[in-house]
Design a protein around this ligand. Sequence first.
Ligand SMILES: Nc1ncnc2c1ncn2[C@@H]1O[C@H](COP(=O)(O)OP(=O)(O)OP(=O)(O)O)[C@@H](O)[C@H]1O
Ligand SMILES: [Mg+2]
Length: 219
Amino acid sequence: MSGKFIVFEGVEGSGKTTQIQQIQSWLQRCRLLDPATRIVTTREPGGTALGQQLRQILLQSTDDLIQDRTELLLYAADRAQHVEAYLKPLLAAGAIVLCDRYTDSTVAYQGYGRQLDQILIEQLNQIATGGLVSDLTFWLDVEVELGLERAQGRAAHDRIERADLSFHRRVQQGFTQLAAAHPQRIVRIDASLSPEAVSQQIQQVLQARLQDWYGIEFA
Ligand SMILES: Nc1ncnc2c1ncn2[C@@H]1O[C@H](COP(=O)(O)OP(=O)(O)OP(=O)(O)O)[C@@H](O)[C@H]1O
Ligand SMILES: [Mg+2]
């Protein structure tokens, strides 16, 4: 039986990591699912041991050290490893996988943000994923300024967070365009609300999908 691949996307501080944890525990408490179903969380970059090293390079390097195309290729390398070594086996074993960022982040950050060639990015995404597409992607939509403000509340600021505001605005435009282009796969969530209200929206969408996928009935 094949599992389900659910991705969380959005700008810095949109609440991806917070929501993935909430949704994991909500799914684990969901009695309607087969108790044998594994609910796994992972992230890009850094979902594998090799990916963890790439994440260090990507996020902790000095700001001007990594060229834009180098950055693109490092993200692609992380993804190729993640898909083959981690995601595919888990999905083949029937797990529900909640993933923090995937291909849409590359389109938004490297395509719109860094303004690299979109066709090149699509080709690279295809190579890195071997065709693995998410079953459902939540786009946590929040104003760039609010997201950055939330992210500033955390201790350390990574290389991407430190990029200028116009970069983050282009990234946001990227997610907006992607959601318009893929209305079936990408569901927009109003992420400006409280964590509980954001989680409620995600749960509502997920309930409908779980009914479709597993034939279970929520009351
Ligand atoms: N809905 C919310 N309202 C207010 N604060 C929130 C909300 N969701 C998350 N936060 C807080 O904002 C900060 C950023 O949230 P989180 O780390 O979940 O975002 P993220 O999308 O994973 O960010 P990044 O892209 O940088 O990894 C955290 O300190 C978190 O506690
Ligand atoms: Mg996060």
